[in-house]
Design a protein around this ligand. Structure first.
Ligand code: GLN
Length: 397
């Protein structure tokens, strides 16, 4: 067989999606890959049914249907703090996954360096490598997930041309504060770097935290590519619909990349999601409320079992500390991946090993998500009791 490319040796398949396959094979409760098990808003699915009859069923404009770009620009303008141009600054993509890849391919040459906060959503490293670029990781240090700004400066000194910021942050649930964002912005401006953001959890955020878009900071609009998605906000992860917003010249370049990557996002789904973008403010409040309740329910359940965890400021993920189990004789020397596989098969709850998010040698954290109906979370907690009971009383913390 002829040789395949070198780049495919440089990353593995997605551990998140691998855990879903293992979970399905075991019939476990899948708290690994983050997606909701409840339906999207009815108004959205009703519109989709109508569109099945009425269309469109053929290509939309490659960079996104006019009405969808207009709806995106209208929703994003107050968040970004300037009037976003639907005509020139918006690109509709197949999920924010494609938006991130387009952004990366637009700004990176082979050999360039890209700074990434770690832990990070696994696509960012694969995207960087697929562009022939090299990642530099800036640790967000657990349990508080703060970072050392001098390490970010060092990355820029070493030539990082772009920085990826996931805010709110998957997997650690961090919301970057205004002062953190300002410190990042000052460096990005000083070193004349691009910032590529992933803001897909902007609406899944818990009081008192609020989302601040990087592009809304002074001097950042011109260098920020804001990536976002409808997946989490409208519970439609399978629709694969996202978008990016960037200054016209950058957006135009991203549109070229997108055109040759995918031609366009599915036209009927684009048409349908316009309905969702017209939802009143109360929709987003209700969504926040729903997830705040789930967070409280699940974290209380973990507390009752004595299972140590962080308190996410946003997102539907929680990092659970498995140190107490790894020190039991039967788990001596185990990796977090082995632990997650064991947990899926034996306990019946699937999680993602923290090592698939961290570049630092972290082996004691696993990620669970709580985007599940309450009875599923109840059953998951019931199963986790078996795991908690393996520890001498009070030792999980
Ligand atoms: N963003 C979700 C997660 O982190 C889903 C990832 C995916 O598989 N697309 O679990």
């Amino acid at each position: 067989m002829p040789q395949m490319s070198n780049r495919i040796q440089l990353f593995t398949d997605s551990v998140i999606r691998r855990m879903t396959r293992i979970s399905d094979a075991c019939g476990a409760i899948n708290l690994s890959q983050g997606f909701p098990d409840f339906p999207p808003p009815k108004a959205l699915t009703d519109t989709l049914k109508q569109i099945a009859d009425d269309g469109p069923h053929q290509y939309s404009v490659t960079y996104g249907a006019d009405n969808l770009r207009e709806a995106i620009a209208k929703k994003a303008s107050p968040v970004l703090g300037y009037p976003v141009s639907a005509e020139d600054e918006v690109l509709v993509t197949c999920g924010s996954t494609e938006a991130m890849m387009c952004a990366m391919m637009t700004v990176c040459n082979p050999g360039d360096k890209v700074a990434i906060f770690s832990p990070f959503y696994e696509n960012y490293m694969a995207d960087t490598i697929l562009c022939g670029a090299e990642p530099i990781f800036i640790p967000l240090v657990p349990p508080s997930y703060e970072f050392d700004i001098t390490l970010l400066e060092k990355a820029f000194e070493e030539g990082a041309k772009a920085l990826v910021v996931c805010n709110p942050s998957n997997p650690c649930g961090k919301v970057f504060s205004r002062s953190e964002l300002e410190a990042i912005a000052a460096l990005a401006i000083r070193y004349d770097a691009f910032v590529i953001t992933d803001e897909v959890y902007e609406h899944i955020i818990y009081e008192p935290y609020t989302h601040i878009a990087m592009a809304s900071l002074p001097g950042m609009r011109e260098r920020t590519i804001t990536c976002n998605s409808f997946s989490k906000t409208y519970s439609i992860t399978g629709w694969r619909l996202g978008y990016l917003i960037a200054p016209a010249e950058i957006a135009d370049a991203c549109r070229k990349v997108h055109d040759f990557l995918t031609v366009g996002a599915p036209a009927p789904l684009q048409e349908a999601v316009v309905t969702a973008l017209g939802f009143p403010e109360s929709y987003y409040k209700d969504l926040q409320h729903t997830y705040a309740e789930k967070r409280q329910y699940f974290l209380n359940g973990l507390d009752a079992l004595g299972i140590a965890h962080n308190i996410p400021q946003a997102t539907y993920y929680v990092m659970v500390d498995i140190s107490a189990w790894l020190s039991l004789p039967q788990f001596q020397g185990w990796s977090d991946l082995q632990f997650c596989e064991w947990m899926t098969e034996t306990i019946g709850v699937a999680a993602v090993p923290g090592s698939s998010f961290f570049r630092e040698p972290v082996n004691h954290l696993i990620r669970l998500h709580f985007a599940r109906e309450q009875e599923t979370l109840t059953e998951a907690l019931h199963r986790l009791r078996k795991m908690a009971n393996m520890l001498p009383k009070g030792e999980a913390k």
